[in-house]
Design a protein around this ligand. Structure first.
Ligand code: NAD
Length: 311
């Protein structure tokens, strides 16, 4: 297949692009390098440095014949979405529409969309949250991802295109950007290795579901091969608190640090954990890398590559 990977110079998209190339697909990358980096994008794929909202991005669908769009480009900073909901919607909704309008009628048959399980359900009514859990996003980012999923339903209903939304839990692993507000594993690891003092927001009892990027790649490969459309959680069913994460990373990095707490972030979700039974049943996907193993691999990578990450 010929596949356009948006956000392919970013953390998750670059790993997905690597795997698609390894599977023998022809891969093109579309990324404006706003948070992505050229070095993350695989060498075997041309990188088109355009904004997903641009004419130039839309033109790619007439210049090339894409069978599949793997959409990872996004404004993915939750706090930024609160500060500027219009910008968030512009990138995360209008950007997708620009690509879909360009791809429909040009042979686009399949779309994989990087959605969010962490931000789309809101505070759990029950755990683990499955795909039938009420959708009550508490941030503009979560609302925009939900709107994008709904637009994909519209396209699959009206046109000959299949769409799969993968609702990721908190993804972590090599190449994650430690410079932003998001990505607590990358932020803590980077600080600990550089002799800094990571700060735990609030009590540290808030929990998340941490899924290793290699497992997320496997979910994308499975979703590419399956028939039809669908929405799937990509998580582990396991909750880890920020304090537990801090302690595990402290042990892994060997940092000599006390736990330091800062003020709680107002409005921060307290719990999030995703059930993956549907993905297991329909995609044959299960997470394989435990948090312990994933954190060890991540620390190994940051130890050797962290200079590159400090941008
Ligand atoms: P990332 O910031 O590393 O990757 C996003 C990429 O999109 C970057 O390379 C950036 O340059 C590119 N981009 C941003 N705006 C663009 C635009 N307007 N035009 C073209 N390119 C643009 O983040 P990531 O963690 O790899 O996230 C990838 C996707 O997965 C996003 O859609 C995100 O919402 C989703 N997601 C991530 C997580 C997580 O825990 N990291 C969880 C759920 C969902």
């Amino acid at each position: 297949m010929t596949i356009l990977v948006t956000g392919g110079a970013g953390f998750i998209g670059s790993h997905v692009a690597d795997a698609l190339l390894a599977e023998g697909h022809e891969v093109h990358i579309l990324d404006n390098l706003s948070t992505g980096r050229r070095w993350k994008a695989p060498e075997g794929a041309p990188l088109f440095e355009h904004d997903i909202r641009s004419e130039a991005a839309a033109s790619l669908f007439t210049e090339h014949q894409y069978d599949c769009l793997v959409h990872h480009a996004a404004q993915m900073d939750v706090r930024k979405s609160v500060e500027d909901p219009s910008f968030d919607a512009d990138v995360n909704v209008r950007g997708l529409l620009n690509l879909m309008e360009a791809g429909i009628g040009q042979g686009l048959r399949r779309v994989l969309f990087a959605s969010t399980g962490g931000a789309i359900y809101g505070e759990p009514e029950y755990t683990p949250q499955d795909e039938k859990h009420p959708l009550r996003p508490v941030s503009p980012y979560g609302v925009a991802k939900l709107a994008a999923e709904k637009y994909l339903h519209y396209y699959q209903d009206q046109y000959e295109v299949e769409t799969v939304s993968l609702r990721y839990a908190n993804v972590y692993g090599p190449r994650q950007n430690p410079g932003g507000e998001a990505g607590v594993v990358a932020i803590f690891t980077n600080e600990m290795l550089r002799g800094g003092q990571p700060v735990i927001n609030g009590s540290g009892e808030q929990t998340r579901d941490y899924v290793y990027v290699g497992d997320v790649v496997e979910a994308n490969l499975a979703a590419l091969k399956c028939e039809g459309s669908g929405t799937f959680n990509v998580g582990t069913g396991r909750e880890t608190s920020v304090t537990e994460l801090f302690r595990a990373l402290r042990a892994e990095t060997g940092a000599d640090l006390d736990e330091t707490h800062g003020p709680a972030k107002p409005g921060e979700q307290q719990r999030s954990v995703l059930g993956y039974e549907r993905a297991e049943e329909k995609l044959g996907w299960v997470p394989r890398v435990s948090v312990e193993e994933g954190l060890a691999r991540t620390v190994d990578w940051f130890e050797t590559r962290r200079e590159l990450e400090v941008s």
